[in-house]
Design a protein around this ligand. Structure first.
Ligand code: ASP
Length: 481
């Protein structure tokens, strides 16, 4: 049964997809006919939500915070000396920076070549917005008695701010109001603010608050765990019981992760069914080209990671896939690298042969900071929106080298700041949009496909972390030889 878990998870995904599609048509059919959905379908949705997102993901989230704490303390304290920590640490960080940069570059090449914002239904989206801006301009002129445009046809500052207020209000009351509000608070955040608020402040938090936050403050836990581990090593013999406690805790939490993996095929079916039932296949009608670009970029980046793993890490594609497939499928379905962390740890240590010293340190750090799929997606999404709306009254610019460079840098930063939970990339994308002055009320256009794309970026994030652990492990082994 154990060896077949990946097959069962795959079956769970397919069953979830089929049940979800059936349920989607039942719910949609009732909506079109103006009826309430049948009672059984609502009951089924309720149970899917309970068994998948609530119980399974809840249980995974329950063990993340203690797992990060225990695994990093165990990792640091099992190193023979501090120079080894430094050696693993810098290799890990260099790997993260390089692969994330490559991911963003691949995304930018794809989106600038394919130009999804100028194809298919995107042109209609732009035409609709143009007409809407004209209507708002006429209203503005008749109520204020002032012209909306200067002599050269550019929008006046006053009209632009009127447009921004109107459009922001429309986004905040439309169908995506709740989601829009969750990130509109970040609309004035700069890259420096993000660094202070989302990196420095969380790092220096009371560890108990960091452990009990929801989702847990992983950066805070990691920093505290590193300090704790280093202090234990410095103190030596007197700290031996503390060290033994964290090593024991690490094993215990991994045992809990194994129990959860045993029920994962069933839970994955429930999560998938609920997601598909809610979204259905219609979401691709307007955003097909955009999705194709994100997924195309991700496929190429996965190819790059596989090549890195084979050449530097010494593990070929087949062995890599066999080792990581359970974590990959769980990441794909749960859309959370943090929730997948216990499975990634287990797969990387037990199936890819990475030493616990390296895995215990690299993987929690990677789940928190290394998000290749998210970085790629953020760059593509912002450029896609500029391609659609660039040149309109409230987006008075087009893609230039300067704008591309700003997007490049902020996408890397925003991916580091993103939490490892579903939809997090959408929130930190606001930083990238702000950096180039793209109004954030345009972001809801891509809400519809976000959950779908989150599956691809999260599974890529997890793959990037696993390959990172393999590469660092291999480099460390060679260094010691
Ligand atoms: N869901 C992603 C993750 O957990 C983050 C994102 O939204 O891009 O890795």
């Amino acid at each position: 049964m154990k060896g077949k878990l990946h097959n069962l998870i795959f079956v769970g995904m397919i069953v979830g997809l089929v049940v979800g599609l059936g349920l989607h048509y039942v719910l949609k059919g009732a909506e079109h006919a103006g009826n309430l959905p049948p009672a059984w379908s609502q009951t089924l949705m309720w149970w899917l939500d309970l068994l998948g997102p609530t119980i399974f993901m809840g249980a995974l989230k329950m063990i993340i915070a203690p797992l990060i704490l225990a695994s990093i303390v165990a990792g640091v304290t099992s190193l023979p000396n501090m120079s080894e920590l430094g050696s693993i640490g810098w290799k890990t960080l260099v790997y993260y920076v390089c692969t994330t940069t490559v991911a963003v570059a691949i995304g930018l090449v794809f989106v600038l070549t394919v130009q999804p914002g100028e194809r298919g239904a995107s042109t209609e989206v732009r035409a609709k917005r143009e007409a809407e801006i004209e209507r708002i301009a006429r209203e503005f002129e008749s109520t204020s008695g002032k012209s909306a445009r200067t002599a050269d046809g550019e929008a006046t500052g006053e009209f632009r701010s009127h447009l921004a207020t109107e459009s922001g209000d429309a986004a905040a009351t439309g169908e995506n109001a709740r989601r829009y509000e969750s990130f509109s608070g970040k609309k004035d955040q700069t890259a420096a603010d993000l660094f202070r608020d989302d990196v420095i402040k969380p790092v220096l938090q009371n560890p108990f608050a960091a452990l009990s936050a929801s989702p847990p403050n992983s950066l805070g836990i990691i920093f505290f765990a590193l300090l704790l581990g280093i202090a234990c090593t410095v103190v030596g013999e007197k700290a031996s019981q503390v060290v033994a406690f964290f090593h024991g805790l690490n094993h215990v939490i991994m045992q809990m992760a194994r129990w959860l993996m045993a029920i994962s095929p069933f839970a994955i079916a429930c999560i998938m069914a609920k997601l598909v039932a809610e979204n259905g296949p219609g979401i691709f009608e307007t955003l097909g080209w955009y999705c194709a670009v994100v997924i195309g970029g991700i496929v190429v980046h996965v190819g790059f990671l596989v090549a890195v793993c084979a050449t530097i890490g010494g593990i070929g594609p087949v062995r890599l896939w066999q080792g990581i497939r359970e974590a990959w499928m769980i990441a794909f379905t749960t859309r959370s690298s943090a929730a997948t962390l216990p499975v990634t740890m287990q797969n990387v240590k037990e199936k890819l042969g990475v030493s616990p010293k390296v895995a215990n340190f690299c993987l929690p750090l990677g789940a928190t900071m290394n998000m290749d799929g998210t970085a790629l997606y953020e760059g593509v999404a912002v450029i896609f929106l500029i391609q659609i709306y660039g040149g309109l009254a409230d987006v008075p610019f087009a893609m230039t080298m300067g704008v591309t460079l700003v997007i490049f840098i902020t996408a890397v930063l925003a991916s580091v700041g993103a939490a490892a939970v579903p939809d997090a990339g959408l929130v930190t994308m606001i930083l990238v949009a702000n950096a180039v002055n793209l109004p954030i009320y345009y972001v809801p256009l891509i809400f519809a496909v976000d959950a779908f794309l989150d599956m691809f970026r999260t599974s890529t994030n997890v793959l990037g972390d696993a390959v990172g652990a393999v590469v660092v492990n291999q480099l460390e082994t060679r260094r010691r030889e």
